[in-house]
Ligand binder design. Sequence first.
Ligand SMILES: Cc1ncc(COP(=O)(O)O)c(C=O)c1O
Length: 400
Amino acid sequence: MNELQFVKEHASCYIYDEGQIRAQCRKLKESLAAFDFLYSIKTNPFPAVIECVGQVGFGADAASAQEVELSIQNGISPENIYYSTPGKTESDLAQCFEKCVLIADSLSEIAKIDEEAKRRQQVIKIGIRINPDFSMDSDSGVPSKFGMDIEQVEALELMLGACTSVRVSGIHIHIKSQVLNFEKLGRYYLKCFDIAKRISKLPNTSVEYINFGSGIGAVYDASLDAPVDLVRLSNMLDGMILENQNTLGARLYIETGRFVTSNAGTFYTRIVDIKHSKGKKYLIVQHGMNGFLRPALANLLQKNAGGADLPGQEPLYTSNHAFSFEVLNNASTREFVTIVGNLCTALDVLGENIEVKAAEIGDLIAVSNAGSYAYSLSPLMFSSHGLPSQFIRRADGKIE
Ligand SMILES: Cc1ncc(COP(=O)(O)O)c(C=O)c1O
C-alpha cells in the first residue's frame, strides 16, 4: 500500500517522520557537543517518538508524573529523566521519588521532598528551579509562577540549611520559547552559568548539572525564518564551557523543546463536505480544531488582531505563517477556500481564504508542522468525534 492509500484509510491521523526527528537530534549533538539534551516530552509524547529520541541518547524533560512514567516505559532511564513543573502534589512526588531527578519548584516543595525523604530514611539529591534576575531580552527579571526568585536566595539558604534529607545537585532555568537569535541564546546561557556559580555556594549544595531549559526555536516557514546558528552559538559558549571544566565540572543540559519534532509531523484529515455561503467556499473536514488546535488559534488571533503581526503566545501561538495546507489530489487549478471542522462553533476554522488545489469531497488535506504541540495540545474530546490516529514513518518508509 502506498502512503497516500494508507493515509486515506487512516485519516484523520498524524504521521511523524523518524528520519527528520533523528536529523534534528544530530544537529543538536554535533553543533553543541559539550551539552547533553533532554527531550521535552510535552511537545510530543507519542511512544515511538520518545523511544526514538531515547535511542539517540537524549534524556527526558518531564512535566508531570505521567510524563516520567512514559519516559521510563519508552526506554529512558530514571537518572536521565528530569521532572520539573510548579505545583507537584504529594502523590506526584511520592510516585516519582525514585523514578527521576526531581526539580523542586518552590521552597515549600523542597520541604515536602525533605519530608518524603525522611519518611523513606533516605537522603535525596534534587535540582532547584530558579527564576532569574534577567529575561531573554533584558537585564531585569519578571514575576513568575516558575521556580524560586534568585533575589530570595537567603530564604533558599535557610531552607537548605534546615533540611536534613535533601541535597541540591543542580539547577534548572527556563524563561522563553521559540528564540531564533543565537546571540540572545548565548547571552542567556552565560547568565545562567553565573547563577549556577552563585547557587553552588549554598549549604548542602554541589552543582553537578545545569539545565539551561529550552529556547532554541523551530523554523515554521523557511522562506521567512532562519534557523538558530548553532555553530556560532556554540562558539559563543567556548569560554563558559572551559570555565565550567575548571570549576563546577557540571553536566550541561539543554531541553530540546519543540526543536526536535515541530517540522517532523503532518496532520491529515479528510474533506467530508463542501459548501458555498455568501460568496465563500468552505471545505468541511473530519477533524478541525479538535484534531489540530494551533492553526485554528492562529487564525482566531490573527483575525482579532486585524492581520497585525502578533508576538508569540507559546505554546498556543507562534505566528500567522506557522502552518501550510495542501490538498492531496492532482487538480491543476487552484482556488481560495476556508477550511473548517465540524464542531458546533464558528471558531472551528483551520485556515481562512487560503489558496489550495481545487478540492472535492473525499480529498485529503495535509497540514504541516504538526509534530509539536499538536495532538497533545488539541481539545480531542470536544464533541466526542473520536480521536485522530498517530503513526511514525520509519527510515525505510514503513508506517507503524
Ligand atoms: C521548562 C520548559 N522546558 C521546555 C519547554 C518547551 O520548550 P519549547 O517552547 O521550546 O517547545 C517549556 C515550554 O514552555 C518549558 O516550560
